[in-house]
Design a protein around this ligand. Structure first.
Ligand code: ZN
Length: 68
């Protein structure tokens, strides 16, 4: 198995990560780090925490006990 490293000029950015996906190439460490940072910032900007990613309706539907 060959290691695929930064092969695009956009590597190290979310755009580079998406380019890997589109081309079907392995994501390089720089792109993985970029998308992780991007997602963390995105969630932060939207004020989303893990708990809020699950809507109340889903919690009720599945009978998930919260803080019981
Ligand atoms: Zn890359």
């Amino acid at each position: 198995m060959t290691k695929t490293l930064s092969i695009y000029s956009s590597c190290g950015t979310p755009a580079g990560y998406r380019r890997h996906l589109r081309d079907g190439t392995d994501t390089c460490p720089r792109c993985k780090k970029a998308i992780a940072t991007y997602m963390r910032r995105y969630r932060h900007d939207k004020g989303l925490s893990k708990a809020r990613l699950i809507p109340d309706t889903i919690i009720q539907k599945h009978g998930i006990k919260v803080g019981a």
